[in-house]
Design a protein around this ligand. Sequence first.
Ligand code: ZN
Length: 433
Amino acid sequence: MAGHDGAMNQPDLAVAKSLLPRFDASPTPYHAVETVIAQLEAAGFTNMNTSTVTVPGRQFWHDGGALVAWATSPEHHATSGYRIVGAHTDSPNLRIKPNPDNQTAGWKQLGVEVYGGALLNSWLDRDLGLAGRVVVRTPDGLAVRLFRDDRPILRLPQLAIHLDDEINDKGLKLNRQRHMVPVWGGIASAADFRSYLATRLVVNVDDIVSWDAMPFDLTPAAIVGLNEEFIAAARVDNQLSCFLAVDALIAAAETPGSRIPMIGLFDHEEVGSVSATGAAAPLLSSTIARIQAQLGASPEDAARSRRDSLVISADGAHATHPNYADRHEPDHHIHLNAGPVLKVNAHQRYATDAVTAAQFQMACEAAGSPMQRFISRTDLRCGSTIGPATAALLGISAVDAGCAQLAMHSAREMCGALDPAYFGAVLREAMIG
Ligand code: ZN
């Protein structure tokens, strides 16, 4: 995609368009992993959940909302470094409670918890479907079944302005317990969640054991803006990075370099990453140990391999919002479609340092992509990513970067339509280089 002068020609919308069906196919972290698995298997990757890792090979393993994939070639050896792109499969949303059936004033409602730092107002007045995974009893023991219901069965109606006429001046205050309870039936309707799931999964009610279930916005992902410059979609943070990481890994597997390309997609980033499938778990280190065992690596080899490795923590970045430009650092304005954003924070909320920043910049230059540098206003709290925890767990230096977006943590977020092509090309370059 590089032009004659090394600069990438302005990308077309092909990458953006390839993302839309993947967002729509992935209403939960579990579905996101299924979406990724389908793409990896089509590219010749093998599921290692129950097999011994072999070298060379294109392989992956997965567990719930987490997946690790890699590609080794005959050139790779015990001291080969790794080029790892990390991202997270989860997004802030609502989660159905264990005893969800709820009734007030005759309405049938479903109790939900708020997962992560969701912008609560963004869930109001939307047609919501329901998806997740259910553990069911079968004659052979317990089984995990994914489900999704694309019918608009849930809604969170706003309070009419006549019943709170100061709302536009004083602001909308939403209590998580009282104001975020979706309705799904009226006074005459028979609705209970367990029976609903049993009908949906075609099993007996008594065989429904437990669930991780979550509403999702049914509006399809779309290219928007007068000149088709933007993407509007749910879960841009951070399925966008997950899908670009997969594309880059598949491309890197086709053009093997001296380092081993790998991706780590984690669940639970939005609630702190501390879980068996989160970035605080040894998912990458155990995978690297499996590969190094096959390569015959000694502890000495493993240390040299680590020194030659890099993690790119790929996650969304805040673009400057035109209506709130004062919330952004004045000398670091970030624009959509102006290339991937390198994220820097002195408190190590982002893992970037001068050395890894330079490595990322070299990858951008090699890909012919523009690049931007983000820093939070010094008087505002900075977000974080899987970058610092991953760097600490692996002892591998890391850089935080991603595509610019607006409305982060809304049920429907917005990013540039060209940035995915830029960032994807940079990730591919970084993995091969
Ligand atoms: Zn994120």
